[in-house]
Ligand binder design. Structure first.
Ligand code: LLP
Length: 421
């Protein structure tokens, strides 16, 4: 459910008309709905009512300060994967004791800053990283609270680039070696073993892989207890999918029920790290049609947005619905078109053989749906295209939460070595 709807024939974000926004902000731009963000967070969090659970929003999905603050105000914690993300989360008001630092490789400086900030937990993903964290913590006279990320060797049945729980993936420590590594960690002076972490992949549309992984995790916790290693926190990662193209992913309540069934009896604190589910359908990318080009084989609708603004279609063959901002277009005769951007690559395609109005004109606006997660955060400046602005809407109000970068600012980042002067 989201708050992007046609009102009087025109697409609105909550109470704000998209064409009016486009006039003010220019195109392309990202537009997020506060009501949708809040609703998704609340629905997800309430699936764990009665459990001792913290929702640590995976800020990699959308880390704009305004988005983070919106969620922090509802009590969200944050899952971060770099010192940059950690600073973003803390600056937006997320309490340090609700910040989890994940990721396959943390630099010394990142470990130091995390220990200084006294965040809740650092998730360790390899023995060398564990040894390094131990050294850093001892050097600082601290004990690092850690979870070890375990790779359960479970196929999440999602796109290969976002599956993380299989033996061939780079993530975590193989579950077959878990006990040995926990023993090692428990003996380290700078390490306080508090948890166990898992994240098997993203955009899962079925509960079965989660169930398999969490059952494995539960067995491990019991084995560790037998060894005298007490696990207090289970970090179950994110991964619950959303509907991009008619998928019917399990609802948060069903996911919550499965969590209860698989790990509820362990009496542990539970951390959840949803990203896409919170932000994905809370955002759209608005773009203007620049040209309509009738080729020999195809009609191309050339937008002013490109793959640098939204990389998901070309990177993962991801489907994003594309709709006209003027509702009449939905009712007019439709044409099958390829929707593309102006970047000089064939992969700069948002959708192939899409139904859009036959009379779509240059100047018309389209909305690329479900772009709130892994959209703006993955944008680049390829082809010297400045970063796209982001707008947050709340009821009838809007705010530009990241202004459009100017091309001069972008070029101004370069430095000329003195020998070229
Ligand atoms: N926790 C960890 C440790 C993660 O690595 C991720 C995502 C999440 C939580 C959040 O997962 P989510 O609930 O959003 O599925 N760029 C890709 C998605 C990459 C996900 C990476 N890890 C995409 O656009 O589909």
């Amino acid at each position: 459910m989201n708050h992007f709807q046609y009102i009087d024939g025109v697409l609105h974000a909550e109470g704000v008309s998209i064409p009016a926004l486009a006039e003010k902000v220019g195109t392309p731009f990202y537009c997020y709905s506060t009501a949708t963000l809040e609703r998704h967070y609340k629905v997800y969090a309430s699936a764990f009512d009665g459990l001792d659970a913290t929702v640590c929003y995976a800020i990699k999905a959308n880390s704009n300060q305004a988005v983070l603050k919106t969620l922090a105000k509802l009590g969200a914690g944050a899952d971060v994967v770099s010192v940059g993300e950690m600073r973003r989360a803390l600056r937006a008001g997320v309490a340090p004791d609700k910040v989890i630092f994940s990721g396959v490789g943390k630099a010394d400086a990142e470990m130091r800053e995390a220990l200084d900030a006294d965040i809740a937990q650092i998730n360790v993903e390899s023995i060398p990283e564990l040894e390094e964290l131990n050294r850093v913590a001892i050097d600082m006279g601290k004990k690092a609270r850690i979870a070890i990320r375990i790779n359960p060797h479970v196929d999440a049945k999602t796109h290969e680039k976002i599956a993380t729980g299989k033996a061939e993936n780079k993530f975590g420590i193989d579950w077959t070696r878990a006990i040995e590594v926990y023993r090692m960690a428990a003996a380290m002076e700078g390490i306080d073993v508090t948890g166990i972490a898992m994240h098997i992949g993203s955009q899962l549309t079925d509960l079965a892989p989660f169930r398999e992984a969490f059952t494995r995790l539960s067995g491990l916790v019991e084995k560790l207890r037998d060894e005298g290693i007490i696990i207090r926190n289970l970090d179950l990662g994110g991964g619950l999918g959303i509907a991009y193209q008619g998928e019917t992913p399990p609802l948060p309540d069903a996911y919550g029920q499965m969590v209860r069934e698989t790990v509820g009896h362990l009496g542990c604190h539970i951390t959840l790290e949803p990203g896409r589910l919170i932000a994905g359908n809370a955002g759209v990318m608005i773009s203007r049609v620049m040209y309509i080009k009738d080729g020999e084989a195809k009609r191309f609708v050339i937008l002013d947005a490109a793959m640098n603004d939204l990389i998901r279609p070309t990177l993962y063959n991801a489907y994003h619905e594309i709709i006209p901002v003027d509702e009449q277009g939905e009712k007019d005769k439709q044409a099958l078109v390829d929707v593309v951007g102006p970047v000089c690559e064939t992969g700069d395609t948002f959708g192939k053989d899409r139904k859009l109005p036959d009379n779509l004109q240059p100047g018309d606006l389209v909305a690329v749906m479900s772009a709130g997660a892994y959209g703006a955060v993955m944008s680049s400046t390829y082809n010297t295209r400045a970063l796209t602005p982001e707008v947050l809407v709340k009821d009838d109000a809007y705010a530009i939460i990241r202004p459009r970068q100017s091309i001069d600012e972008l070029i101004g980042l370069d430095r000329i070595p003195e020998w070229l002067d």
